[in-house]
Ligand binder design. Structure first.
Ligand code: HEC
Length: 136
């Protein structure tokens, strides 16, 4: 996670009363809540792959606490972003998991990495930040 810093929210949410600028929450805590709402049914509340719905699927959702382990101890951040978003998936990936990029992932924040700024939806970022914290 070196070399990454948040520059600024690209979009300040113009919310009714006086258009107050709202800080986008990209914290691990926000990610944990999003996970409970959107992912736990399949991946399990602990992300280990045994959600109530997930266990009935043809492809059992994988243990998401072992992603780093699969990538030689380095959390595969870009891969995970791409999988959740739906932008980058293996041809072998089953269609069971929804492409969250197609839904509302919230306004974008610019993430600077190696001198390049990439817009990433705030909710997507929060989810990935949380997933990184639960690696075993
Ligand atoms: C409808 C069930 C379902 C939901 C909801 C779902 N997933 Fe998945 N997910 C799967 C399945 C099944 C796979 C395995 C894909 C395959 O190979 O077919 C998977 C794979 C993944 C992978 C890749 C893991 C690896 O080892 O390569 C990640 C990361 C992931 N999901 C994250 C999420 C996140 C974060 C959410 C919520 C935003 C989510 N998923 C919601 C079913 C689901």
């Amino acid at each position: 996670m070196t070399g990454i810093k948040w520059i600024a929210p690209l979009l300040a949410l113009g919310l009714g009363a006086g258009c107050v600028e709202q800080e986008l929450d990209v914290s691990a805590e926000a990610g944990a809540m999003l996970f409970a709402e959107n992912c736990a049914a399949c991946h399990g509340a602990d992300a280990k792959g045994a959600g109530e719905f997930g266990v009935q699927l043809f492809n059992i959702p994988p243990d998401l606490t072992r992603l780093s382990e699969q990538y030689e101890g380095v959390f595969p951040r870009d891969y995970v972003l791409g999988v959740i978003d739906g932008f980058h998936r293996d041809p072998a990936f089953s269609a069971a998991m929804p492409e969250f990029g197609a839904g509302d992932l919230g306004p974008t924040v610019i993430v600077e990495e190696d001198g390049l700024g990439t817009p990433i939806p705030a909710r997507l970022l929060a989810l990935v930040t949380w997933l990184e914290t639960i690696q075993e």
